[in-house]
Design a protein around this ligand. Structure first.
Ligand code: NAD
Length: 261
């Protein structure tokens, strides 16, 4: 039996990639980890987002606030060098990053360009491998937890989600292969497949509003999820309650994924 632990992440160090603003799923995850006692590091993608991310990060007393474009190896190398330098190691990696060109998130999937495919796969899927590889030595002996964010469009066709569905499929498969590789070091790797939430990234998907409406109407629970649901599931996955869960994609989508029609 587990005792209820009020500060399950006391002494833990968590690196969070993917906060853009206060609506970001990563921000809710960060708040849950902070409330659980974790020390936090944040990245931001470019100066414009730094203005949004820095005050949020400071409000949870972040130790590290660092620039990082995940498609640049040099950025990743210097980020993880900074983590090693300041923290010595780390326990939690939150990968909450995705991107595809706007023209690839509408219309016919068959028109996806070679460059559009490359960009979406690189930023949305390969970046998990690239960050996990760099986190591995820093998590050694610390029972690390790595979490990424996916969506049901990885499994079934969701009109307009297009190339991002293919990237999320690659992401979910990468979770399984990474879980196998890192398992012997007691590092767990899981994906959270979330229902639609209105965020900056979601705004890039054509007809996102109708996805929200459909999910409210058709899911078993007849209500949309919030970023807070993703935060609490992340806290569970990073905690010792989930110490034998790895390689999984867990759904927090009001049951949408069980529906056939
Ligand atoms: P968001 O816009 O707040 O977060 C996306 C983040 O990706 C941003 O912080 C952005 O800076 C970052 N990013 C994009 N390209 C990058 C790059 N090259 N280098 C570094 N960072 C980069 O939106 P969100 O909805 O919180 O998205 C977070 C994750 O959740 C994404 O993987 C998204 O696909 C996933 N997700 C979102 C929903 C939803 O409905 N919002 C549902 C399921 C899954």
């Amino acid at each position: 039996m587990h005792n209820l632990v009020l500060k399950p992440f006391e002494g833990k160090k968590a690196l969070i990639l993917g906060v853009a603003n206060e609506r970001s799923l990563a921000w809710s995850i960060a708040q849950h980890l902070y409330q659980g006692g974790a020390r936090l590091a944040f990245t931001y993608q470019g100066e414009a987002l730094e203005r949004r991310v820095r005050p949020l990060a400071e409000s949870v007393q972040a130790d590290i606030i660092y620039p990082c474009n995940v498609s640049e190896d040099s950025h990743l190398d210097s980020l993880f060098a900074e983590i090693k330098n300041q923290w010595g190691g780390m326990d939690i990696l939150i990968h909450s990053v995705a991107f595809a060109n706007k023209e690839d998130l509408e219309g016919r999937f068959v028109h996806t360009s070679r460059e559009g495919f490359r960009i979406a796969m690189d930023i949305s899927a390969f970046s998990l491998i690239a960050t996990a590889r760099r986190a591995e030595p820093l998590m050694e002996g610390r029972e690390g937890s790595i979490i990424t964010l996916s969506y049901y469009g990885a499994q079934k066709v969701v009109p307009n989600y297009n190339i991002m569905g293919v990237a999320k499929a690659a992401l979910e498969a990468s979770v399984r292969y990474l879980a196998y590789d890192l398992g012997p070091k007691k590092i767990r790797v899981n994906a959270i497949s979330a229902g639609p939430v209105k965020t900056l990234a979601a705004a890039g998907i054509k007809n996102f509003k109708s996805m929200l409406a459909a999910s409210e109407e058709k899911t078993p629970l007849h209500e949309n999820i919030s970023a807070d649901d993703v935060g609490s599931l992340s806290a569970f996955l990073c905690s010792s309650y989930a110490k034998h869960i790895t390689g999984s994609t867990l759904y927090v989508d009001s049951g949408a994924h069980i529906m056939g029609v």
